[in-house]
Write a new protein. Structure first.
Length: 576
């Protein structure tokens, strides 16, 4: 499993060595993903570029796990497919395109030589640029292109593979350090591009493997580890594990289907097994849903439901990943979610049993928002939003299951649009269109314009046309200190975001929300307040009344409130 030389003395990388190079790259990216996350410009709770790139590459590696193939092109192909299906967020989609280009260039190669890596880097960059609707310089695209140029320049000097990789990494780092000169928003925040940094870490990991090195697992400071666990716990409460004894032996098919179905109900999902035994591990807020799904498959054994809130004191120094929670003791949580499980299963079955020509799929992070979208005609909800970007495969799984000939996707987040579009392109059996909604408020407006009659493309254009009439205000807390133009923001301050731009800050959600509405209300006659999981109905009603009073000169103004149940954003407000 080492690089060798061909008959002409040219250094070569065999399939298993190539596999090792990407595995070490994944390990390094795992260790460094928090650094990449910290480079996100805006101090909002969706700074997950590092996490998205890691999860995308992790899916790619899972595709080659266990492969003993001796054909480098086959390894490249599997890596590309895994990344393509597992791509999350804009950065993950671009990474999947980079791997796609590298694989296309080397699909026929049994082993890789220096020139194959160089041409692969060049094709990777070309495919990535082509895959982005509006390429922007000063991003991972620029870094990958300059890396490819550096690789070619190095090859012109020598065919020594280690030298070429070192020069490729240097060129990437040089380009990365120049990204603030190309994007003013990076310069103002005094950071380099996050995606570009992730790409540099991947190159560094591959180089380390080429040298025979492996990254040392980072020992996380205990305080940081507890902070990370707190964040994960806020998303999902229960570490749920069980074994399923299948009624028949179609193990792999069942594994794939279970993985697809459970993906929307939590994080840290692991579905593994062989023959007629499958193990499931997931962090979720709805263990009852998980058990209900498993019961349809066969007999259950070794059920464990652990409350991770109660496990925080047991955090250990080498905590790296949520799967480490498996090592803690059970917290004795009773299984009490049968009603919840039945309701979720009923929602899923309703679309399975009702075939129609045209369906709508939407993303939602809050149950209240999901209910509103379903009431307006959405057929399937994919759990996703800020800090919870669904993968391309999450979309494909639903597209394959929904019994419709034509499907419209509403991503409802700017960082999910790319994965939705990629899934639409990959779906061969149905006609799929994406309405590029950046928030669920835009989805609601577009759904009100939905007309089931006529051609799909005409309907989609009509829905897109409604997006310009909606102004969205989001209220959240800054997750880090930041300097943006004339606004200096400290971690923990409440910030107001209008159409994606941070335009105000303050000490509490109520005051910032009120000020954002007053400053941005023009001629709109409908204001809708969607309050999140940490806001009470009484607090929302108080804001509703104060908005009415502050804009009392507009007699036709309506101010409505709904429980959105969304995490991270206490208030999301639409002006129409």
């Amino acid at each position: 499993m080492s690089s060798g030389r061909d008959r002409a003395g040219q250094e070569i990388v065999e399939a298993q060595k190539l596999k090792k190079m990407f595995e070490v790259a994944l390990q390094l990216l795992e260790n460094k993903k928090s650094i990449v996350n910290s480079l996100n410009v805006f101090p909002v709770p969706d700074g997950d570029t590092g996490t998205n790139m890691f999860l995308t590459l992790k899916e790619a590696i899972e595709e080659i796990n266990g492969s003993d193939s001796e054909h480098a092109g086959e390894i490249c192909h599997k890596l590309s497919r895994g990344a393509l299906m597992g791509a999350r967020g804009n950065s993950g989609v671009i990474l999947s395109q980079l791997l796609r280009g590298f694989a296309q260039e080397n699909r026929e190669k049994e082993v890789l030589e220096a020139e194959d890596f160089v041409s692969g880097f060049d094709e990777a960059s070309r495919v990535a640029y082509k895959g982005v609707l509006k390429p922007v310089e000063g991003t991972i695209l620029t870094v990958s292109r300059k890396a490819a140029e550096g690789a070619q320049k190095a090859l012109d000097e020598s065919n020594d593979l280690q030298f070429i990789f070192e020069e490729t990494r240097k060129a990437a780092e040089k380009a990365l350090n120049k990204t603030p000169e190309q994007l003013s928003v990076l310069k103002e925040a005094d950071v380099v591009d996050a995606g570009g940094q992730g790409f540099v870490f991947i190159l560094e990991g591959m180089l380390r493997a080429l040298k025979g090195e492996e990254p040392v697992k980072t020992v996380v400071d205990i305080e940081d580890a507890e902070k990370d666990l707190d964040k994960d716990s806020l998303e999902h409460t229960y570490c749920t594990q069980l074994l399923i004894n299948l009624e028949n032996n179609d193990g792999q098919q069942r594994i794939d289907k279970i993985r697809k179905e459970l993906n929307n109900y939590g994080s840290s999902l692991m579905v593994v097994g062989s023959d007629n035994i499958i193990k499931v591990h997931i962090h979720t807020d709805h263990p009852g849903v998980i058990l209900e799904n498993a019961l349809r498959r066969g007999m259950l054994e070794k059920i464990s439901i652990e409350n991770m809130y109660l496990q925080q004191e047991e955090t250990h120094e080498d905590f790296i990943d949520g799967f480490e929670a498996d090592k803690t003791t059970a917290s004795g949580v009773s299984i009490n979610n049968k009603a919840d499980a039945g309701e979720a299963a009923g929602e899923h079955n309703s679309i399975e049993n009702k075939s129609k020509k045209r369906g709508i799929v939407a993303c939602s992070a809050g149950q209240g928002v999901a209910d509103i979208l379903m009431d307006l005609g959405v057929d399937e909800i994919i759990r996703g939003g800020q800090s919870m970007n669904p993968s391309t495969n999450d979309f494909l799984s639903v597209l394959e299951e929904i019994p419709c000939e034509e499907v419209i996707i509403l991503p409802n987040n700017k960082n999910i649009i790319s994965a939705a579009r990629q899934a639409a392109e990959l779906c061969q059996e149905k006609e799929v269109e994406v309405v590029p909604t950046r928030a669920f408020t835009e989805a609601i407006a577009s759904l009100l314009a939905f007309d089931d009659q006529g051609e799909l493309k005409d309907i989609v254009e009509q829905m897109k046309g409604e997006l310009e009439y909606v102004k969205t205000i989001e209220i959240t807390e800054a997750v880090k200190d930041s300097n943006l133009k004339d606004l200096s923001i400290e971690e923990g301050e409440v910030i107001g975001i209008v159409e994606g731009d941070i335009t105000g800050k303050g000490e509490n959600y109520h005051d910032v929300a009120l000020r954002m509405v007053k400053e941005n209300h023009e001629f709109e006659d409908l204001i809708t307040i969607y309050y999140g999981e940490e806001i009470s109905e009484e607090e929302a009603e108080k804001l509703q009344e104060e908005i009415k009073k502050s804009l009392d000169d507009n007699f036709e103004l309506e101010v409505e409130i709904y429980s959105g149940g969304q995490p991270l954003y206490p208030y999301i407000i639409s002006l129409e």
